[in-house]
Design a protein around this ligand. Structure first.
Ligand code: NAD
Ligand code: IPM
Ligand code: MN
Length: 369
């Protein structure tokens, strides 16, 4: 593999639309900053199913294992709703996460000042918000066995999923959270349901163990996940890093998205163990989905995907300064009042299109030179 290899998987719905804007940004860094990423592109999700009858081919999976980083747009859509569960678009994404062993999903929720009035909460509750949810991504109820839909032998059926966590699975994601906290506000809040689930009891004990034995200098608190959801809405700025399981992390990060103004703003990094070159195995993905309700209309906000590229520059390509440059460019565009429809209030008119938002980011990057 050449240096700085990036596999782009645009996927479905708005995935290819937002990825087209990311391509402009990648080209800009090549032309203006001499940063040559070796970019290749492949199919995932419904697009892969349409072409190959599977949401992820073995060849694409193998490629993802080889590159320095993967950037995924979004998968899924109504067209695929009736497909057999085993070939649904989402299975392609879950296979990537599982086989690459990307156990730590880093989901920052930062409220840019220019967007503080677009949150569904009051400005003073969200202005300046800067928290990170570390979601366990390769275990828990998403992957636990037994699972399936079985007959109950009385004419009915039983849907089964299993919440399951091992010591090692909890400890390694806890370490990711503590490491991150050390570079930020030095605070971790762990969320589970230890009051009703044995896996929650183990989660709490093991996170505490990692704290006491390896990170005693980081402040650790525990919260039941339902109370955590409430606190996230009541006073989100009390948090620095939240670490939680796969399902709770999925829900809490969508909730956190609305604190920042729009799901269209939230990037994420899914990280695994270090590879031979010392960089973590990694896939970058916006938190949002394929947004079928606006797909194909040029309405999608490309910022979440562009900011996911910024995370790739920082975590996979050792280009932290360039990542900051890109994040600042997005911030400037928002401060200048460029808005896709998701960032507008009722009654406001003439939203920027996906492409106009991408072009504005390029102009802000130019201005940064
Ligand atoms: P969604 O995130 O696609 O959309 C939720 C709402 O947010 C919609 O109203 C949508 O228009 C809006 N939205 C999302 N991203 C936006 C953006 N960038 N700009 C402007 N508005 C945006 O969630 P959903 O509707 O529950 O799911 C749709 C499909 O996406 C489903 O098939 C689901 O499984 C899939 N999905 C995929 C991913 C992923 O690929 N990582 C994540 C979540 C959902
Ligand atoms: C996400 C999505 C995925 C998840 C789906 C599409 C598999 O909601 O990335 O948040 O549930 O993890
Ligand atoms: Mn989700």
């Amino acid at each position: 593999m050449p240096d700085n290899s990036l596999l782009i998987l645009p996927g479905d719905g708005i995935g290819p639309e937002v990825m087209a804007e990311v391509r402009k940004v990648i080209d800009w860094f090549g032309d203006k900053r001499g940063i040559a990423l070796d970019v290749s592109e492949d199919l995932v999700g419904g697009a892969a199913y349409d072409a190959h009858g599977t949401p992820l081919t073995d060849a694409t999976m193998a490629k993802a294992q080889e590159v320095d980083a993967v950037l995924l747009g979004a998968v899924g859509g109504p067209k695929y709703d009736e497909l057999d569960f085993s070939v649904k678009p989402e299975r392609g994404l879950l296979r990537l996460r599982k086989e690459m062993d990307l156990y730590a999903n880093i989901r920052p929720a930062q409220c840019f000042d220019a967007l503080a009035d677009f949150s569904s909460l009051k400005r003073e509750i969200v202005a300046g918000l800067d928290i990170v949810i570390v979601r366990e991504l390769t275990s828990g109820i998403y992957f636990g066995e037994p699972r399936g839909i079985i007959d109950d032998n009385e004419g009915g059926r039983i849907g089964v999923n299993t919440q399951r966590y091992t010591t090692n699975e909890i400890r390694r994601v806890a370490r990711s959270a503590f490491e991150l906290a050390k570079r930020r506000g030095n605070k971790v809040c762990s969320m589970e349901k230890a009051n009703v689930m044995e896996s929650g009891i183990l989660w709490r004990e093991e996170v505490q163990w990692v704290h006491d034995n390896e990170y005693p200098e980081v402040e650790l608190s525990h919260m039941y996940a339902d109370a955590g959801a409430m606190q996230l809405c009541r006073n989100p700025k009390q948090f620095d890093v939240i670490v939680t399981d796969n399902l709770f992390g999925d829900l809490l990060s969508d909730a956190a998205a609305m604190l920042t103004g729009s799901l269209g703003m939230l990037p994420s990094a899914s990280l695994g163990a270090p590879m031979a070159n010392g960089r973590p195995k990694a896939m970058y993905e916006p938190v949002h989905g394929s947004a079928p309700d606006i797909a194909g209309q040029g309405k999608a906000n490309p910022c979440a995907c562009i900011l996911s590229l910024a995370m790739a520059l920082r975590y996979s390509f050792d280009l932290g300064d360039e990542a900051t440059r890109l994040e600042k460019a997005v911030e400037k565009v928002l401060a200048d009042g460029v808005r896709t429809a998701d960032l507008m209030q009722a009654g406001e008119r003439d939203p920027a299109t996906t492409a106009q938002m991408g072009d504005a980011v390029i102009a802000a990057l130019d201005a940064s030179l």
